[in-house]
Ligand binder design. Structure first.
Ligand code: ADP
Length: 377
């Protein structure tokens, strides 16, 4: 029996709720006394705020009390147990006189999402029982996301690796034609660089997920941060005929990891250049906004539709895969930006209109001298 179920059993058979223990074994509610009703009310109050789905049922499977989550996910429906599988588990637990445990998926209701529960049914000595459902939906979602991520990585890696193999074979076959060999090698190097960029971004993303930058945070000067990011993009901006400008007042600071923040801002600037036509303008700026610092990267490039704006922060999502690949994109840049923002206690938002351009805003908490790096430390 879980400690929680044991504690519940203690409660329902203890002195404070003794009347309830009697009622639990009674089949007809008409036998209730005033003290039993009070005891039931007490039990309901105890269960209501619990994070787990907990239901106490009588010997006749009537719901006596249920936690709010048990009602929300449909484990308890009014005075009945919702899923028939749990009714079967109750019968099985009573017949064996021992707790039984099963994984159950409860379908979505009109106002509740589908949930995956680890359900334990603990029979009590008087025929009543306690049903405890631990929500495993987040674990399941996490492993599904990981599986999708691995599948995506495999697919993304296969493309440049396949191209490198073919180009190496082609160069070998054309060994007697120096011009052809040089052309194949040029393409091969481009694919190798793409592979390198992809692997670096995958590593960056998994590092970001594994560590908390605020635990070893430093004061980061925002002006210097923007200068460094813009400097990294000057060459590509010039090659793309895009005018890159910067305006950042001195004195703004945020707490965090300078390298991660520079990666995030650089990704936004590289995108602004990559998704603009020659002659476009890209502006990088920062300003204080209450207790935050806003870093903005604006372009008057191709823009992003409303539907795509909802998905561009997903890993490997690209509006136009061809254009992304042609500019050396991996589909991971914006998910890295999102992770960096969140890990620093901030967020990233996008405004965009198709054909007009886009503005990405990285909003970070401004650092306050003497404040702890992590709230609560
Ligand atoms: P990628 O490596 O493909 O650029 P990102 O995660 O950085 O991947 O961006 C996801 C997609 O969002 C891009 O493929 C592109 O379609 C779109 N996008 C990102 N930034 C911009 C921008 N400034 N203007 C237009 N589209 C953009």
């Amino acid at each position: 029996m879980t400690p929680f179920a044991a504690a519940l059993l203690g409660l329902v058979s203890g002195a404070g709720l003794g009347a309830l223990a009697v009622w639990l074994g009674v089949r007809h509610a008409s036998a209730r006394t005033a003290s039993e009703v009070v005891a039931r009310q007490q039990l309901t109050e105890i269960l209501a705020p619990l994070a787990a789905a907990v239901v106490v049922v009588t010997a006749a499977d009537t719901v006596l009390a249920a936690s709010s989550f048990a009602k929300a996910c449909g484990l308890a429906r009014g005075s009945s147990i919702g899923p028939s599988a749990v009714v079967d588990l109750l019968a099985e637990a009573r017949a064996s006189g021992r707790p039984v445990e099963r994984d159950l998926r409860l379908p979505a209701g009109p106002s509740s999402p589908a949930v995956q529960l680890d359900v334990k049914v603990v029979p009590l000595s008087n025929g009543a029982a306690v049903v405890v459902g631990e929500d495993r939906s987040a674990d399941l979602r996490f492993s599904e996301t990981r599986r999708d991520f691995v599948a995506n990585i495999t697919h993304e890696l296969k493309t440049p690796i396949g191209a490198i193999t073919l180009l190496a074979e082609a160069a070998d076959a054309a060994a007697d034609e120096p011009d052809a060999v040089r052309a194949f090698l040029g393409k091969l190097m481009k694919e190798a660089r793409r592979l390198n960029e992809l692997v670096s971004q995958i590593i960056a993303l998994s590092r970001l997920q594994a560590q908390n930058p605020l635990l070893a945070a430093h004061e980061v000067d925002v002006q210097a941060l923007l200068e460094a990011s813009v400097a990294r993009c000057r060459e590509i901006a010039a090659a793309s005929d895009v005018a890159l400008s910067m305006s950042a007042p001195p004195g703004l600071t945020v707490l965090g990891d300078a390298e991660e923040l520079e990666t995030a801002v650089t990704n936004l600037v590289q995108n602004a250049i990559a998704y603009s036509e020659p002659g476009a303008r890209v502006a990088v700026s920062s300003q204080a906004s209450g207790s935050h610092v806003d870093i903005r990267v604006s372009d008057n490039g191709i823009g992003i539709s409303d539907a795509d704006q909802k998905r561009i922060f997903e890993r490997f999502y690209r509006v136009d895969a061809g254009r992304s690949r042609a500019s050396g994109g991996t589909g991971l840049g914006l998910s890295i930006v999102k992770h960096v923002a969140q890990a620093h206690g901030g967020e990233v938002a996008v405004w965009s209109r198709l054909g007009q351009g886009s503005t990405f805003t990285l909003r970070l908490p401004a650092s306050q001298e003497g404040a702890p790096a992590w709230p609560g430390c």
